[in-house]
Write a new protein. Structure first.
Length: 365
């Protein structure tokens, strides 16, 4: 460790990471700021990087802090985007943000730079807690709307042990207020939207560039009637409503037949076809430790998320002992848009601790 008394801070140019810096400076910590540059030196990739880097430089100069731009673009494209394109090609729904956190931000960055510092801070809305045994667990943020533990549900216990989340105890409104009161240069900058590090690239344009188009029918699942045509099943995900180009809706994507290139839809906000109660999970990953062990064979009560939203849903998780790493979640309530390929983040019943996540398979159990 070259900087044992210094905290590495990952900043993005946004208000959240800027307020993270501000709070840590107020606490008297020595900081070293880093911006992870990801994107190829072409017209595809880190579109807004220069603007972001300039904003990060302003923050660094404001507080007199060292600032480095580090490049992980090849690692990102070889790992995260390869995963995303492979998953989409299989007709599944990827989550590049989750993989970006575990592989890039807290994987390659920590291995090359972060480990030289006492700890690494980020602007994620999350927190941590230490139990009586001294184990460190990923915990949810005070602001349930902004909570991002589901995006962190694939990191490892080793990665978590080196992380701090200074915004976890603040609602978003307080973060904005702090930025305004401190006259930070990005106090009024709009929050970033979209896929981790894809910048301003349109997602469908990105998929089209790499996978092309493959027209096929859109079919009403109840009647078998063809309603229109899609440009490729990889542009659509289970639960999707917008972008179908159909009249007389609302229409929701409820099934995909990848082999025959058919998208099935159902009409109406209350259509039962877009809901389910059972989530079969594979490749279950525990961040700190398996909290249940064999007791999960009989089922234990949990909260879970199957998409990024403020809602923690109640249910029971059961381990499938005949299949390593496979679990089934039976939800107490109807779940909209269960999309194979997505991650389900698993929490304690009070939605305080995030235990980890599994990949939704879509298989019936």
């Amino acid at each position: 460790m070259k900087y044992p008394g210094t905290t590495a801070v990952l900043i993005s140019g946004g208000v959240d990471s800027a307020v993270t810096v501000h709070r840590l400076v107020e606490q008297g910590l020595d900081l070293h700021l880093f911006y992870i540059r990801i994107g190829l030196d072409t017209d595809e990739g880190d579109c807004s990087a220069e603007e972001d880097i300039e904003m990060c430089s302003l923050i660094a100069r404001r507080y007199g802090l060292p600032f480095d731009v580090v490049s992980l673009h090849q690692e990102y494209w070889d790992n995260v985007m390869e995963y995303a394109l492979r998953t989409v090609r299989q007709g599944l729904t990827p989550n590049p943000d989750i993989m970006c956190n575990s592989i890039i931000k807290f994987g390659y960055f920590e291995d090359r730079w972060g480990h030289e510092f006492a700890q690494t801070a980020t602007g994620h809305y999350a927190s941590t807690l230490i139990d009586e045994a001294g184990l460190k667990w990923l915990a949810t943020a005070v602001d349930p709307v902004k909570d991002q533990t589901d995006f962190l549900a694939r990191i490892s216990g080793k990665q978590l042990s080196h992380l701090i989340f200074p915004l976890g105890e603040l609602p978003k409104s307080d973060v904005r207020r702090i930025a305004v009161d401190a006259k930070l240069p990005n106090a009024y900058r709009r929050d970033s939207q979209g896929i981790c590090f894809l910048g301003k690239i349109n997602y469908n344009d990105f998929i089209r560039r790499h996978l092309g188009e493959r027209p096929g029918p859109i079919v009403e699942i109840e009647t078998g009637r063809k309603l229109g045509e899609h440009r490729g099943f990889w542009f659509h995900t289970i639960g999707q409503r917008k972008g179908l180009g159909l009249s007389g809706g609302p229409w929701f994507v409820v099934r995909k037949n990848v082999a025959e290139n058919v998208i099935y839809v159902s009409r109406g906000y209350d259509t039962e076809k877009q809901y389910g109660r059972t989530l079969h999970l594979a490749e279950m990953h525990f961040i700190t430790a398996d909290p249940w062990g064999d007791s999960a064979d009989g089922g234990v009560r949990v909260a879970f998320k199957n998409r990024h939203s403020p809602d923690f849903l109640p249910g029971i998780i059961r381990r499938l002992p005949e299949a390593e790493g496979e679990y089934v979640v039976e939800s107490d309530v109807k779940v909209q848009g269960i999309a194979p390929g997505q991650f389900a983040a698993i929490y304690d019943p009070d939605a305080r601790i995030c235990y980890g996540s599994g990949i939704i398979t879509g298989r019936n159990i």
